[in-house]
Design a protein around this ligand. Structure first.
Ligand code: SAH
Length: 225
């Protein structure tokens, strides 16, 4: 296959990744060294469909089939940074998709549990984790809005599909002082709010981060107001 006149095998993915980190992430204010290092390590081009390999490090989301997308690199890095996790953390992700965000989390955290509702996307993500030899990722097929009670509590929860409201079950599975990052809203365009919810001893404290556009969450939350 040809990309801008180059054969796929001639593309220097390592330098594309370096450029992505310098321009799209560090250049826009992502500071956490662990996040930047994870984004420098994970081969994003292996998570996108073959015909998009040449665009894997571009500054935008890409289709991954089933009307779903792999998020823009900046969004992946920024959401990960807002989770405030380290190498001792246990993290829950809702919406595995192709598994790219999961892999970025797995570079930083002790353990990542991820739930996906579309079977063939999860199969594909599992293959990606196997190919890249991740040993700290647990996967589950199902509706993530109910969380994963058997694995709770989590130090961080990241939701990568837009929900009408913060699912109560997820809040309950968050460790005290843990953070959830979740897009809220059902509108089109960049009308959803990315919010950061910290569970404190006085209850959840919610902070608006910025506007985003995610695919809607399916399952139990669908149609809710
Ligand atoms: N995390 C991905 C983004 C995937 S897009 C990345 O790295 O870019 C959002 C994903 O959420 C889709 O794969 C979609 O199927 C999944 N999803 C939607 N509703 C869900 C639900 N209730 N439970 C689990 N996964 C869900």
């Amino acid at each position: 296959m040809l990309f801008g006149g180059k054969k796929e095998s001639e593309i220097d993915y390592t330098s594309l990744r370096e450029q992505m980190v310098d321009r799209q992430l560090a250049g826009r204010g992502v500071k956490d060294k662990c996040v930047l290092s994870a984004m420098r390590s994970v081969p994003r081009h292996l998570f996108v469909p073959d015909n998009y390999c040449g665009e894997a490090y571009d500054d935008n989301p890409l289709p991954i089939g089933h009307e779903q997308t792999i998020s823009q690199p900046f969004i992946v890095a920024s959401m990960t940074e807002h989770l405030d996790i380290d190498h001792d953390s246990k993290v829950l992700e809702i919406g595995t998709g192709c598994g790219y965000q999961t892999a970025v989390l797995a570079e930083i955290a002790r353990e990542v549990c991820t739930i996906e509702i579309i079977p063939s996307l999860l199969d594909n993500a599992r293959e990606n984790f196997k190919t890249l030899c991740y040993r700290n990722i647990k996967t589950r097929l199902g509706d993530g809005s109910c969380g994963w009670p058997e694995e709770a509590p989590f130090d961080g929860i990241i939701v990568t599909a837009a929900a009408p409201r913060v699912p109560e079950a997820l809040l309950e599975q968050l460790e005290e002082n843990g953070v959830m990052v979740i897009p809220l809203g059902s509108g089109m365009g960049y009308s959803q709010d990315l919010v950061k919810v910290r569970r404190t001893s006085q209850g959840p404290v919610q902070e608006f981060l910025y506007h985003v556009r995610f695919v809607p969450m399916r399952g139990e939350v669908e149609g809710g107001g």
